[in-house]
Every structure is written in structure tokens, then in C-alpha cells.
Ligand binder design. Structure first.
Ligand code: AMP
Length: 398
């Protein structure tokens, strides 16, 4: 049984076709520049050559049509007909407070996605376009929405409510939602299985450290706190996002620079993080590390601050759960940056965390990286959001 996983952006569409018998990727690809001149589909069937289609894609419906053609192509295809695709799983950013779990798409679900356009203005409209395109091109095929916000919905009120007048929660649903939810759900679940932890009670902290970075605390796979908030801006220091900051900084800079709050938010989202702190070196952690190695002081401080913030959150979440059984690292930096993982864990000696340097000398592979006598299991668990979406889709449609 094969599941098609779709992740739509406003001008892009990523896909993977996954064979659920062995959870292998049969083909994957990307449509770029949808609705813009120069549209391009790059289709990669596993074990075969890449296939590139350069054809106008005025909208997502045309893009999905081309993806299905590529999947069925005599030479580059991997299925004979769309009958082989059991269902389609969609990454959808925001369900507001309505859905706590993945769900088979119907008219109500589409209404909720639409109602949450203002909570996810960049993603929800594109996600809906992807769903409607699949409905148009494959009528009758089940579509499943897998929400990025679902994981955070199990947080208690003390974790998700902001200390602002309650009327803003009631009127506008202003609260902590958390993002990267599919990744946190997948990695915390896999950490429990891989680490042979108690599935009901294991206290797990997942550090999703990539260009966007977030951290979650969960007990028995249920989220109790997470660092991103109403938007992905809150929490850790990221590639270009500031993470936590005194809100009064915004007013101060707006007044001094004569800019408005929209411009300020753009600075906090796109020009801050390690990019901003390093004086503009780069948002890419590899570039920051190279600059540090060449003696760039600000790059060094940016990396130190990034590591320090992660360590502080791990301490806070350990307190929130009254303990921690496992810490799992994932995403680009978490899976590949050996030095940062070690530096973060060096802050955690008081918890009895001990890293095994040989075990930690690894990239992108599932492994326990703590020493045998470490009081907390530290693991590297590569994230796989597509597989998580495919599993949810299978669960709801089989
Ligand atoms: P992601 O957003 O999960 O794709 O992660 C992207 C980030 O991972 C980029 O900032 C990369 O620089 C970083 N990254 C990838 N490989 C390494 C590495 N070997 N060392 C440090 N950072 C890395």
C-alpha cells in the first residue's frame, strides 16, 4: 500500500510516495515556482535517474497533475495508475484550537484551515490549495490533514496561556501552539521505542535544531511544553529568528529607527538569530562554525548563545517534568553538529548526563550517544516528518 505525502508552500510543492509495507520512499520530488514564470518539477524515483519537467504551473492543481504524470510515466514512473495510491497525507500548519489529532479531510476540516489563515498566513492558504488540488485531480481519494500544531494541543493551560489579559485568548485564541509538531511527535515516539523507555511515563526532551529550532518536553509521548509560541518566533535562537526577547526591545527599536511593528517583526524573523548576532556572517550553522574557526568573535558568541539557550531550556523542561529520562537531538544541526551536541550536554553534568565521545562522533544516524553510566539517555534520532505523515494517513484510512 502506497501513501502520497504532500507539503505545499505558496509557490512550491514537495512530495514523497512511500510504500507502507516497508516504509521505503518509492519516489520523491519538488515543484518550484508554481504561479511564477520558470516552473520546474524535479522528480526522483528511488534507484533511477532524476527526471526534470520544465512546464508552466499556473497553480497547485496543474502541479499535482504533473506530479501524478511523473509518478505514472512509462520510463520515470513508479506506479501504473493512481489506484496504487491508497490515500494522500498533507502537512497542514495550523488547526487553531479545533483539532488535536490528524483527521480525514471533509468540508468542516477545510473550513477550519480557512478560519486559521490569519494564524498561519504563509502556510495555511498553500496547504488548502494542495488539498483542493488533490481533490480535483484524484476525486474520491482520501486526503488526511496532519497538523503541525496538533502535538502542542496536549499542553496544560499553565504552559500554553500567556500572562496577558485573558480576553485575548477568548477573543483571538492567542496562546502557545508550538510548531515542528510532527517532528517532535515522531522523534519523541521513536526515542521511547529505540531507548526502550516506558511508553506511558517516559519523560523525553526533543531538541529539533535546524534553521528553525524548537524544543519540546513530553511525558509518554504527550507534549507538556514546547518552545515555539503563537508563531515560530519564540524560544531558541535560530538561523534568522531571535527566539525569546524582551518585547520592550521592539518599542525601543521602532522609536529609535522610525520603523513600524511589521518591519520590526520582519527583523526578528528574518534578520536576527545567529545571522544577526554574528554581524551578518550567515544563517547557516556551518558558515558560522567556519567563521568561528577563523577567529570571528561574533560568530563564536552567536554559537555559544545558541548552545546556552538550548541548555537553559533543557534545564527548564527537566524542572517542568520533575526529571528527564531521555534527550533526543534531531534536524540539521542536531543530527550533524557533533561539537554543538557535546557543548550542550556539557551544561548538563548536574543531571548526570555523560556523553560518549566515540558514540557521539556520528552524523544522521539513529544512535544512543550517552555513556553507559549516564543517568539520562541521550540519543540522535533523525527526524522524518514525511514518514510520520504517511503513518498517520495510513492509520486513519486503512
Ligand atoms: P534543517 O533546517 O533541519 O534543514 O537544518 C539546516 C541547518 O543544519 C543549517 O544551518 C545547516 O548549516 C545545519 N547543518 C547541516 N549539517 C551540519 C553540520 N555538519 N554541522 C553543523 N551544522 C550543520
Amino acid at each position: 500500500m502506497k501513501i502520497l505525502v504532500i507539503n505545499c508552500g505558496s509557490s512550491s510543492l514537495k512530495y514523497q510516495l512511500i510504500d507502507m509495507n516497508d516504509e521505503s520512499v518509492v519516489a520523491k520530488g519538488l515543484c518550484e515556482r508554481i504561479g511564477i514564470e520558470g516552473s520546474k518539477l524535479t522528480h526522483q524515483p528511488t534507484g533511477k535517474d532524476k527526471y526534470i519537467v520544465e512546464q508552466p504551473m499556473p497553480d497547485h492543481k496543474v502541479a499535482i497533475g504533473l506530479v501524478l504524470e511523473a509518478l505514472q510515466d512509462a520510463e520515470h514512473g513508479v506506479v501504473k495508475s493512481t489506484d496504487e495510491i491508497a490515500a494522500v497525507g498533507h502537512r497542514v500548519l495550523h488547526a487553531g484550537t479545533t483539532y488535536c489529532e490528524s483527521i480525514v479531510v471533509n468540508e468542516d476540516v477545510k473550513r477550519v484551515i480557512r478560519e486559521c489563515f490569519d494564524l498561519g498566513p504563509l502556510h495555511n492558504p498553500a496547504n488548502l490549495m494542495g488539498i483542493e488540488a488533490c481533490e480535483a485531480v484524484m476525486p474520491g481519494k482520501a486526503n488526511v490533514a496532519v497538523w503541525d500544531t496538533a502535538f502542542g494541543m496536549s499542553m496544560p493551560e499553565k504552559a500554553y496561556l500567556y500572562a496577558i489579559p485573558h480576553e485575548y485568548y477568548e477573543k483571538y485564541s492567542i496562546r502557545r501552539y508550538g510548531f515542528h509538531g510532527t517532528s517532535h511527535m515522531f522523534v519523541s515516539g521513536e526515542a521511547i521505542k529505540f531507548g526502550k523507555l516506558d511508553p506511558e511515563n517516559a519523560k523525553v526532551i526533543v531538541c529539533h535544531l535546524g534553521n528553525g529550532a524548537s524544543i519540546s518536553a513530553s511525558i509518554g509521548g504527550k507534549c507538556v511544553d514546547t518552545s515555539m509560541g503563537l508563531t515560530p518566533l519564540e524560544g531558541l535562537i535560530m538561523g534568522t529568528r531571535s527566539g525569546d526577547i524582551d518585547p520592550a526591545v521592539c518599542q525601543f527599536i521602532c522609536n529609535k529607527e522610525g520603523i513600524d511593528i511589521n518591519e520590526m517583526l520582519n527583523i526578528l524573523n528574518k534578520k536576527s538569530g545567529v545571522l544577526g548576532m554574528s554581524g551578518g556572517v550567515s544563517s547557516d550553522f556551518r558558515d558560522i562554525e567556519s567563521a568561528r574557526a577563523e577567529g570571528n568573535h561574533l560568530a563564536d558568541v552567536a554559537l555559544q548563545a545558541f548552545i546556552y539557550r538550548v541548555a537553559k531550556y533543557i534545564g527548564a523542561y527537566t524542572a517542568a517534568m520533575n526529571g528527564v529520562d531521555a534527550i533526543a537531538f534531531t534536524a540539521g544541526v542536531g543530527e550533524n553538529d557533533i561539537k554543538s551536541r557535546k557543548a550542550i550536554c556539557e551544561y548538563l553534568g548536574y543531571l548526570g548526563v555523560k556523553i560518549d565521545d566515540d558514540a557521539n562522533n556520528i552524523r544522521g544516524e539513529r544512535r544512543v550517544i550517552s555513556a553507559a553510566d549516564s543517568k539520562v539517555k541521550v540519543m540522535l534520532i533523525p527526524t522524518n516528518e514525511e514518514l510520520a505523515i504517511a503513518r498517520e494517513t495510513l492509520r486513519l484510512t486503512k
